[in-house]
Design a protein around this ligand. Structure first.
Ligand code: UDP
Ligand code: MG
Length: 333
């Protein structure tokens, strides 16, 4: 028997969660019929949702014993959600996918066919279009991938997603990366292994809204750059070298000019411009240093990546105790 764990990070997904559950059970039941060696568990990670997500998960876990969940003490972000899911998944294969059906469960059988006999360690989708996304967003996304791949050794494939069907070996490798600043697109690629890409057209959310604002994405891409490249640090020193060279040339010009034409008190505006430019550059480079320092600072604190408050196990246990307590009360009456 082979167990497949389906890990699903959820943040305020009350609208799509029932739809997702219907869809995933339909697909996995069909897979079970086609590949009798398979069994499934669904591991939902409730990332501090403020809506009814947790209650939906609770009732699903009572109804269907394949449903497991971990509920965080607050919102830790999708990266932490995925990490918690991978950490707690028991499967020989682990699938990571979004709850919003933008990662269509219908791909699972094809993905399994690639990893089934060990030919690939990971099957994933790559969207070839960004249909339904704003033009500005797509433009920035494409630029991000271009820059990222120039300055980082780790290849980050444009359009690659966190929709993955992975072998246990690859999951264990990912779990060995216990860094606090997690950028999964980089981590998936950094660990290596054979990855099979399946291309598909972007699918829009059937309900609910994306939790990504434009600035959220900008911040996330900067995180990604800093997590997988130290190029900005090199840029800082390059800028330093370039301004030193310019300063040197200017110095020679000034000396020669003074010797030839004599002293003149002029050039106040140029002085001001140069001071502004250079102090700006200095602050910019100190800023880059600061960014890396802050990442190192957080990393050395060694804080947990997530804090679980409730799981389906503790919930079922409590339910059992409550009903036992109820019976005792009735007997006492
Ligand atoms: N998500 C999460 N924690 C967060 C934000 C998002 O677990 O803080 C989950 C969300 O429930 C969904 C997935 O991550 O299952 C992708 O989120 P979303 O659809 O908002 O992102 P997009 O598809 O627009 O990239
Ligand atoms: Mg989505």
């Amino acid at each position: 028997m082979k167990l497949v764990s389906v890990v699903v990070p959820c943040y305020n997904e009350q609208e799509v969660l029932p739809m997702f559950y219907d869809e995933i059970t339909k697909v996995t039941d069909q897979m079970k019929a086609d590949f009798p060696e398979l069994s499934f568990e669904y591991l939902f990670v409730n990332d501090g949702s403020k809506d009814n997500t947790l209650n939906i998960l609770r009732s699903l876990s009572l109804k269907d014993e394949r449903v497991r969940y971990i509920s965080f003490s607050r919102n830790f972000g999708k990266e932490s959600g995925m990490y918690a899911g991978l950490r707690n998944a028991k499967g020989d294969f682990v699938v990571v996918m979004d709850a919003d059906l933008q990662h269509p469960p219908a791909f699972l059988p094809e993905m399994y066919s690639y990893v089934r006999n060990g030919e690939y360690d990971c099957a994933t989708t790559r969207r070839v279009s960004r249909k339904g996304e704003s033009k500005v967003r797509s433009w920035f996304a494409r630029k991000f991938y271009k820059i990222m791949n120039k300055i980082s050794q780790t290849e980050i494939v444009d359009g690659a997603q966190d929709f993955r069907f992975m072998s246990r070996q690859m999951v264990d490798a990912i779990l060995d990366m216990t860094e606090y600043n997690r950028f999964s697109k980089g981590i998936f690629s950094w660990v290596g292994f054979n990855t099979r890409y399946i291309e598909y057209e972007n699918v829009e959310r059937p309900a609910g809204t994306t939790s990504w604002s434009f600035w959220g994405l900008v911040k996330y891409s900067l995180e990604g750059i800093m997590a997988f490249s130290t190029a900005p640090l090199a840029i800082a020193s390059m800028l330093g070298v370039i301004s030193c060279i310019i300063a040197f040339v200017l110095m020679i010009i000034t000396v020669v000019k003074t010797l030839v034409f004599g002293e003149e008190v002029a050039g106040y505006p140029t002085t001001i411009c140069v001071i502004f430019l250079l102090s700006g550059l200095q602050l910019f480079c100190t800023g880059i240093l600061g960014q890396y320092l802050s990442k190192t600072y957080l990393e050395t604190k060694n804080r947990p990546i997530y804090i679980a408050k409730e799981t389906e196990e503790t919930y079922r246990q409590r339910q059992k105790e409550n009903s036992a307590g109820g019976e005792q009360k009735q007997e006492a009456r």
